[in-house]
Design a protein around this ligand. Structure first.
Ligand SMILES: [Zn+2]
Length: 360
């Protein structure tokens, strides 16, 4: 890594290979990523074969063709198909090993993972504990073995209405009352944003907060800035998933900055689903960063979008002019925005400093 060289503005002055090495050497966090979309095609093929779900899928590569998508609507439909392949508790162990391997490949030391129980519960084959126990125990074992620290956010879902979301929260609270675990951090609101406004879920979020759970919400991914404002003001969301449409509303960006509400930005996801951004170069992450918002970098759905976290870091460097200091700011923001306690954050900053010192 001696060939690292930066110009005075802090921009990278390196060959692409060295940029990749630099990014890989940094211990990172990821805080917006969905479990079911981090499972590999090999694992899905194994599950598909186990259940004979779709006999037309002859090998793992067929999953890529199946999941070709061009909109958020198609993406969510595909997502439901993937979720339908988890039909017994041991199936969730694929999530444990694949998310662990993904984190290791990308030098992610801490990861917050969305897990969405609604579709699995609706099939009726696995109960809530049957979903959560393999994940909670599996990720605890990964951490105990010195692997990445993987925590869970339960996506209560906005796709099936208030009652379903409230039911998911009650299942989670009941589960936590019976298990001694700190692996589950809180709830998120994911799924189709259009037609399912944040305000509908106000009481679910209030109840979750009263019990000490963290709360986050997808907003501004496919609906305008009013959705983000609702997530902040009505739900009390501590972080915003995506927040892309905030770029249309300077007053909202000021609000996000004043309250230091982090944005979980997923550029490739936004380009593929194509609602507000069609080209990577047009993604507002650079403008959010320049305005001083707390911007973090994430992938959303690595397998669906064929992108991993280090690809995103390399892309913002190459295509959006994020130099060395800006890349480091994104990494530091990922620690700042995480739901780690202060001691864990201090350790994460120290690990980052050690990695930088080792680079010389
Ligand atoms: Zn998401």
């Amino acid at each position: 890594m001696k060939s690292l060289d930066y110009n005075q503005s802090g921009a990278f002055h390196m060959a692409p290979r060295n940029v990749s090495d630099f990014i890989h050497s940094l211990p990172k966090t990821e805080i917006h990523i969905h479990a079911e979309a981090t499972v590999s095609f090999d694992s899905y093929f194994a599950l598909n074969s186990k259940y004979g779900a779709d006999p037309s899928l002859k090998n793992p590569a067929d999953f890529r063709k199946l999941l070709k998508m061009d909109s958020l609507e198609t993406m969510i439909k595909n997502f439901f198909y993937l979720q339908s392949l988890f039909r017994s508790p041991e199936d969730f162990l694929y999530i444990v090993s694949d998310v662990r391997d993904y984190a290791l490949r990308n030098t992610i030391s801490y990861l917050e993972l969305f897990v969405a129980p609604s579709m699995v519960l609706r099939r009726g084959e696995v109960d809530f504990a049957g979903i959560m126990d393999p994940l909670v125990e599996g990720f605890a074992a990964v951490a105990a073995a010195g692997g990445p620290d993987i925590r869970i956010l339960v996506d209560v879902s906005r796709a099936f209405g208030f009652d379903n979301a409230a039911h998911n929260l009650s299942l989670l609270l009941d589960y936590l009352s019976k298990r001694s675990t700190d692996r589950v951090l809180g709830i998120g609101l994911g799924g189709q944003e259009a037609g399912n406004p944040c305000r509908v879920y106000k009481d679910v979020f209030r109840a979750a907060k009263q019990t000490g759970l963290h709360v986050v919400a997808h907003a501004g991914e496919e609906v305008g800035p009013e959705s983000i404002r609702e997530a902040v003001l009505e739900l009390g969301a501590e972080r915003i998933g995506h927040g892309t449409s905030a770029i249309q509303d300077p007053a909202l960006m000021d609000l996000l900055k004043e309250r230091s509400i982090p944005l979980e930005i997923c550029p490739t996801s936004n380009v593929v689903t194509g609602k507000y951004v069609r080209r990577y170069e047009d993604h507002p992450i650079r403008q959010f960063y320049d305005r001083g918002l707390v911007v973090t970098l994430n992938t959303d759905d690595p397998v669906l979008f064929d992108v991993e976290l280090e690809d995103e870091y390399a892309s913002v460097e190459r295509r959006l002019g994020f130099g060395r200091e800006a890349v480091l700011d994104l990494v530091r923001n990922g620690i700042r925005a995480a739901f780690m306690d202060d001691a864990a954050k201090a350790r994460a900053y120290e690990a980052l400093d050690r990695a930088l010192a080792a680079l010389g």
